[in-house]
Design a protein around this ligand. Structure first.
Ligand code: NDP
Length: 265
């Protein structure tokens, strides 16, 4: 089962638990086949809510969770995964990620734990998050090609830094990029520079923002919403096909070079 190009995020969903479960279920019904969560979110509460949302449909939905860097040594990774499985009421994770890198724990140790979890059937695959190209090179030097299935990174139309290096690097090494905060944490759905494009497609600004990201091969977006209608709207963005002209307009309105991390000369 492949991942749909838009999935469901869960950071902060524990603040509106009932609505969140309904929104996740609506998103799955609308066609999403994966949910992104983490032991960190609501101190495990988000994973418990995901368990409710996937009850009865586990075989149709991929579940991705993450280990905190403070739990990233060998034993703690195994134990953290087991706690996540219990909260999620499932026997396995589809992908387990290192949430971000903590230089104190050698990557080799976390990756050894991931491989053991995979051997034991507790995870199907593993990946990383918030890795830059140097981190990825180091990781690949340790485990070789084909083991790291994804890198989850900050990516939205106003924050396109990854397009300069991480995205092409990941494509070259067959690592899927999961775009987190793809709606700029809620700022993009109202953005005037997306309005005309969205209107021309009878779509919303949020859908235009998501469609821009996923038109890149090997990119998957994971917007979060605790609102049923907005969750469905986000999932339906997968059907929106932006024209070359639309893509150029978004590219011009949100230029890559304007971002603070990139040199302007
Ligand atoms: P998003 O960019 O997904 O934005 C979420 C915000 O947008 C919420 O306020 C939501 O409000 C609002 N929203 C969602 N859909 C719409 C819509 N169609 N129209 C208008 N407003 C909308 O931010 P997140 O930071 O939550 O990122 C998404 C997911 O990525 C997280 O939930 C998490 O799973 C993952 N993530 C991973 C990180 C990592 O380090 N690996 C870091 C950050 C996020 P409402 O809920 O009320 O609809």
């Amino acid at each position: 089962m492949q991942f749909t190009t838009v999935g469901l995020g869960t950071w902060n969903i524990e603040k509106s638990p009932k609505a969140a479960v309904a929104a996740l279920k609506a998103g799955i019904e609308a066609g999403a086949n994966h949910i992104d969560t983490a032991e960190m979110y609501g101190d495990g509460e988000a994973e418990r809510l995901v368990a409710e949302a996937i009850k009865g449909v586990r075989n149709k939905v991929h579940v991705v969770s993450k280990v905190l860097p403070s739990n990233a040594d060998y034993d703690a990774t195994i134990a953290a995964c087991e706690r996540s499985l219990e909260r999620l009421q499932t026997d396995y994770l589809d992908i387990y990620l290192l949430h971000w890198r903590n230089k104190r724990t050698p990557l080799a140790e976390t990756f050894r734990a991931f491989e053991q979890l995979k051997k034991d059937g507790k995870i199907r695959n593993w990946g990383v998050s918030n890795f830059d190209v140097n981190d990825l090179k180091e990781a690949l030097a340790l485990v070789g090609e084909g083991k790291i299935v994804c890198n989850q990174v900050l990516y939205h139309v106003e924050e396109r830094t990854v397009e300069a290096d991480v995205l092409p690097f990941c494509r070259m090494h067959d690592i899927t990029v999961f775009a987190y905060s793809p709606l700029g944490q809620g700022t993009l759905p109202k953005h005037k520079d997306l309005s005309a494009i969205a209107r021309a497609h009878k779509a919303s600004e949020a859908q235009a923002a998501l469609a821009f990201l996923i038109h890149n091969p090997g990119v998957i977006a994971i917007p979060k919403s605790v609102d049923k209608q907005r969750a469905v709207e986000n999932i339906e963005a997968a059907k929106l096909r932006l024209s070359e002209d639309d893509l150029h307009k978004i590219d011009a309105a949100f230029p890559l070079r304007a971002k603070r991390n990139l040199p302007t000369a």
